[in-house]
Design a protein around this ligand. Structure first.
Ligand code: 9D3
Length: 253
């Protein structure tokens, strides 16, 4: 997969893209990631990339000309056509589903905004897609692009190396992680649950599955509701959970 990133702050990417899983994936040629400074395509003597909003109001808006020129130039750097993704607070919310969808593209071109936003013609005539990473305010698209690249790269086959861990079998998909422990078996008087020390693997599996369910029910009822609907929860576990919570799960929205 090739990812081109357009930004006014390429230096913000140096740490994240040069460390850990992403760095190794790049070294192994599993991911090709290139940074480009939008200001390189500014055309006036002040190299301006933003301007005041027509109609007035606070803040500045990203001008269209530098970004159109940048995208057109960067598209030429490889054979295939990149899927152009604008990172904005108005985009579709990034979920694992969206990550999997974007991961199907052989080539992505991510555009990070600064200032109050983009001239609408960029959104309408340059971008193919628009993504937000959540409902909180960042100072620009760069942290969002770093999040997206990390989520994309870690699911490329062989990118994780031995760092971990294939994702999620069908019966736990969409649920929160169960509680995990490592040595020592007792720490400051706090014991690891006996079942995990028992060597009884079917019982360990059952305990973990139920821990996941309970934790999901307590913290993320939205995820539990989905798991119940998609049939990811057995009748047995469902009955156990209803008993544990003293509720009727059919009441769950
Ligand atoms: C005053 C209205 N604000 C829009 C919600 C202005 C504004 C705030 C923050 C305009 C741009 C930004 C910068 N944020 C991003 O570029 C951004 C972002 C984010 O703030 N949250 C979650 N995902 C993203 S992706 C890009």
């Amino acid at each position: 997969m090739r990812i081109d990133i357009l930004t006014l702050f390429p230096e913000m990417f140096q740490g994240p893209l040069d460390a850990s899983i992403v760095a190794r994936a790049r070294e192994q040629g599993l991911a090709e990631i290139a940074l480009h400074n939008i200001r390189d395509w500014a055309f006036d003597k002040h190299r301006r990339v933003d301007d005041e909003p027509y109609g007035g109001g606070a803040g500045m808006v990203m001008k269209p000309e530098p970004l159109f020129a940048a995208v057109e130039a960067v598209q030429e750097l490889a054979e295939s056509q990149a899927h152009v993704v604008l990172l904005t607070p108005q985009g579709r919310l990034l979920t694992q589903e969206v990550v999997e969808e974007l991961a199907e593209r052989p080539r992505l071109l991510l555009i990070c905004g600064r200032y109050e936003g983009f001239d609408e013609r960029i959104r309408e005539h340059l971008a193919d897609d628009e993504v937000s990473i959540g409902d909180y305010v960042l100072s620009g698209g760069e942290p969002a692009a770093i999040v997206l690249v990390d989520a994309l790269v870690r699911r490329i086959p062989n990118a994780l190396g031995n760092e971990a861990s294939l994702d999620e079998e069908s019966h736990t998909r969409g649920l929160l992680e169960y509680a995990q422990y490592t040595r020592p078996a007792e720490f400051r008087g706090w014991q690891v649950p006996d079942v995990l020390l028992s060597g009884n693997h079917p019982e360990v599996e059952k305990w973990r599955r139920r821990q996941s369910l309970l934790r999901t029910a307590q913290r993320r009822p939205d995820l539990l509701s989905r798991a119940l609907k998609t049939g990811a929860v057995s009748e047995d576990d469902r009955r156990w959970l209803e008993e544990e919570l003293e509720t009727n799960l059919s009441d769950l929205a």
